[in-house]
Design a protein around this ligand. Structure first.
Ligand code: PSV
Ligand code: MN
Length: 386
């Protein structure tokens, strides 16, 4: 049986990073439904992230996205965050929303545009120097829509060259997290479409480059926990962007669409002894129709629940069943853990930490939502246009 004291300690130490952009407005290409109280500035997004941390106790960092969160003084922004009880986490680059990037950013056939995109990556490292961030998260929308539109292999060379420039700019304690995505916005061929491509580039770059798995970025039916196991074994898993998908890059709350998949992923993390700070456990979500802060709190709780269940797997019993080739017994060990109701355990841990056992209810009772609706009247809301 797993040692309950160790399980509790691991849950106490778990950290989940929330994304600044999840607090802002978002939507589909059909409509953005704005919400009252949505942040207008990076400071207001950080205040919301600090609120999530206040009620969950496990979300002490917030990821920024540049230029969405551009400010004049990043050191001051970091201090603002620290004063609210959180720190700035990963810096995300954005080379997908500029007219110049129609045919790609770092893989664009035009060297001027490639340089502009590469400069943005390097600038992001300078921001990390000011915020004290460890992680530079790179996602490239680059790709082509039609066979023959550009040379697939040349684009890989251009990508490798840009990654090398960014990598060489990293400080000793900084890392690149290279994210991949099957498709969208490119439809025929994406330049970093899968974990294998990301892994190969990271391997070529060196120790400070690792893969970021966004759980929404795979073909239906992909066995994500296999990718987790493989990359952990290779020492090349750096981060998660957690969210849920039913069809494509749906960006729903983590653990909402397939809590069993989230459990299987977290089991591989526990199995690989990788719950610690070496892996950045981040959310990357968009709350288009639901209230944003409670949705983020719920996502954090869903990850905690999946982790608790993963920690409760009786690994000795599992090993024995696996060694004996007892297929059904091995599967039953996993299912026993998955079917355990861990909510009382997590409620107890929250109470021990001086938190409300039900963070969503506590948030609703706190009056924070009413306060931001009143305080944030007027001005332009952050996020995609309504
Ligand atoms: C792309 O779909 C992505 O997952 C990347 O992480 C981006 O930075 C983020 O979403 C933007 O919302
Ligand atoms: Mn992502």
């Amino acid at each position: 049986m797993p040692d309950l004291t160790a399980v509790k300690q691991a849950l106490r130490e778990q950290r989940i990073e929330t994304p600044s952009w999840a607090y802002a407005n978002s939507g589909t290409r059909f409509k953005v439904f704005g919400q009252p109280g949505v942040p207008r500035t990076p400071e207001e997004k950080i205040a919301d992230a600090a609120t999530v941390h206040r009620f969950t106790g496990v979300a002490p960092t917030v990821a920024l996205h540049i230029p969405w969160d551009r400010v004049d003084d990043y050191a001051a922004l970091s201090k603002y965050a620290r004063d609210l009880g959180v720190e700035i986490g990963a810096i995300n680059t954005n080379v997908f929303q500029d007219e110049d990037y129609k045919l790609g950013s770092v893989t664009n056939p035009d060297p001027r545009i490639r340089r502009k995109a590469t400069d943005h990556l390097v600038d992001a490292v300078s921001i990390m120097d000011e915020t004290g961030s460890r992680d530079l998260k790179l996602w490239f929308s680059d790709g082509i829509n039609y066979p023959g539109q550009d040379d697939l292999r040349d684009r890989q060379d251009r990508l490798a060259a840009a990654l090398r420039v960014a990598y060489d700019r990293l400080g000793p304690d900084q890392r690149i997290l290279l994210e991949y995505k099957l498709f969208e916005p490119a439809f025929y061929a994406t330049d970093v479409p899968d974990w294998g491509t990301s892994y190969a580039h990271c391997l070529e770059l060196g120790d400070k480059a690792t893969v970021c798995i966004d759980t929404g970025h795979h073909a239906p039916g992909t066995n994500i926990e296999f990718i987790v196991a493989f990359l952990l074994r290779a020492g090349k898993l750096g981060a998660f962007d957690f969210n849920s998908r039913f069809y494509a890059d749906d960006d729903l709350m983590a653990g909402a669409a397939d809590p069993f998949q989230l459990f299987r992923i977290m089991y591989e993390i526990v199995r690989g002894d990788a719950l610690g700070p070496g892996i950045a456990f981040m959310l990357d979500q968009c709350h288009n129709i639901e209230a944003k802060i409670p949705a983020i709190i719920r996502s954090v709780m869903n990850i905690q629940e999946a982790t608790a269940k993963a920690l409760l797997v009786d690994r000795d019993a599992l090993r024995t069943a696996q060694r004996e080739g007892d297929v059904l017994a091995a599967n039953a060990v996993l299912m026993d853990a998955y079917n355990t109701d861990v909510r009382p355990l997590l409620a107890e841990l929250r109470e021990d930490a001086g938190l409300d056992p039900d963070p969503v209810a506590a948030y609703h009772r706190s009056g924070y939502q009413q306060q931001i609706v009143a305080d944030r009247a007027g001005g332009a809301q952050a996020g995609w246009g309504a």
